[in-house]
Each structure stands twice: as structure tokens, then as C-alpha cells.
Design a protein around this ligand. Structure first.
Ligand SMILES: Nc1ncnc2c1ncn2[C@@H]1O[C@H](COP(=O)(O)OP(=O)(O)OP(=O)(O)O)[C@@H](O)[C@H]1O
Length: 211
């Protein structure tokens, strides 16, 4: 099993604790996590991604208990095994497109030999020396995807990747994520409230049980 969670719960300091559903994912599988706004989708994705320690429960990635790792060891594990596409792009504005990928390579201690192919596949190779502030929203999002894939992760996590896109671009971005995951033998988890994504990823999990 690539991802295995067990009895996860979380509480923000001010809020009530909430339980999160079990996630089990094999190598190369794709999973869609659905749920209304505020149901805990981003929280669950951040816990699986090693960014937010749960209050109780565990996450195993390829048999490694994620939160048994601390500090630099957790950062390195995350950098090497997990690629995250955030809801709000976290690309670094003062850097160029290529430098954003090299930064990911640096933190994951990887050589970046895939960077050129990735930028070509995502049709932003010609923008590699431009600062990300000069890019369109769609281009910046493709940089986020390229950066998430730059260290050949086994697991790709995408948070609301289609939220601000029209139908044609939403379909394109989902297809791109699926293609890249398949090409690089990675598993993919997409979190969304966007019903349009349902038709593309057949294995689905509901957070919050409100629907
Ligand atoms: N930093 C925080 N401090 C306090 N409460 C928070 C914080 N972040 C999220 N919450 C609360 O925790 C709950 C789950 O939030 P989360 O962001 O995981 O939901 P979501 O399903 O991803 O929502 P959306 O689709 O709107 O992004 C919500 O009730 C939210 O208000």
C-alpha cells in the first residue's frame, strides 16, 4: 500500500475536533476526494502530505510512518516522495520558472534531470528563464504542477486544481495531471468540491458525509 491512514482526527485550536475518513491507495492509483467547502478536504490532504500533524491517528507512506519522522528527516522524505500542488500557488515569485524547479530539487536532494522534459510536456519550456510574476494564471499553475513533479514523487497531491478554471481548462488540467501521474508511475489524489472532476477519476471518497 502506498498510502494508508488510520483513525485520523484533527482540531484547529479554536475548533471542534473532527474525524477524517480512511484513505488507502496503492501505487499508481488515482483517487478523488470530494466534499463541501469547510468539510476538511485541505486538512486531510495536508496531513497526508506531511505538512500538518494529526491530533490522533497515523499516516503511512510506503510503510513509513510519516509523523514518526521529524524536522529535516520529514522534509527530506516529503521532498523525495510527495509532490503537492497547493490550492493557492506557492511558487516563488522572485525566481524564474527553472529556479522554482531547482529549489524543489535542492530540498529533495535530487538532480533535476527531469526538469527539461517536464517543462516541455507542460508547454512552459519557452518561459523557463522568466520570473513567475510575468506568467499568466494558467502558466503559473503549470509551473506548480511541474514543480510538484520535479523530484519524481510516488505520490502527487492536488488541492482544488480546477477551482478558478473554465470547463475547457479544467478538463485540460485534470488530463495533464492524470497523464503526468501515469507517465511517471505516480499515484494521484485530487481534492475538490468541483463536480466537473467527478467524471474523470472514478475512485471517489467523500469527506464530511454531507452530500
Ligand atoms: N487555520 C485554521 N484555523 C482554524 N480553523 C481552520 C483553519 N483552517 C481551516 N479551518 C477550519 O477547519 C475546517 C476544515 O477546513 P478545510 O480547509 O480542511 O476545508 P475544505 O474542505 O478544504 O474547504 P474548501 O473547499 O473551502 O477549501 C473548516 O471548518 C475551516 O473553517
Amino acid at each position: 500500500m502506498l498510502v494508508e491512514t488510520n483513525q485520523l482526527s484533527f482540531s484547529y485550536v479554536e475548533g471542534k475536533p473532527f474525524q477524517l475518513p480512511e484513505v488507502q491507495l496503492r501505487e499508481r492509483e488515482q483517487l478523488l476526494i470530494l466534499g463541501q467547502s469547510g468539510s476538511g478536504k485541505t486538512t486531510l490532504l495536508h496531513i497526508i502530505g506531511g505538512l500538518l500533524a494529526p491530533k490522533a491517528g497515523s499516516v503511512h507512506i510506503s510503510g513509513q510512518s510519516l509523523y514518526a519522522l521529524k524536522g529535516a528527516a520529514l522534509d527530506k522524505f516529503r521532498g523525495q516522495h510527495i509532490g503537492i500542488i497547493f490550492q493557492k500557488p506557492h511558487i516563488l515569485a522572485p525566481l524564474t520558472v527553472m529556479e522554482n524547479l531547482q529549489m524543489a530539487n535542492f530540498f529533495g536532494k535530487r538532480d533535476g534531470k527531469r526538469n527539461e522534459t517536464l517543462l516541455k510536456d507542460l508547454d512552459i519550456w519557452h518561459k523557463r528563464d522568466q520570473k513567475v510574476t510575468t506568467l499568466s494564471e494558467g502558466e503559473a499553475q503549470r509551473v506548480s504542477i511541474a514543480r510538484a513533479l520535479a523530484n519524481s514523487p510516488q505520490l502527487i497531491l492536488a488541492d482544488e486544481p480546477t477551482a478558478s478554471l473554465d470547463d475547457a481548462n479544467a478538463a485540460r488540467v485534470i488530463a495533464l495531471l492524470q497523464e503526468q501521474a501515469e507517465k511517471h508511475h505516480a499515484a494521484l489524489i485530487v481534492v475538490t468540491h468541483d463536480q466537473r472532476v467527478k467524471q474523470h477519476i472514478s475512485t471517489q471518497l467523500e469527506v464530511g458525509g454531507t452530500r
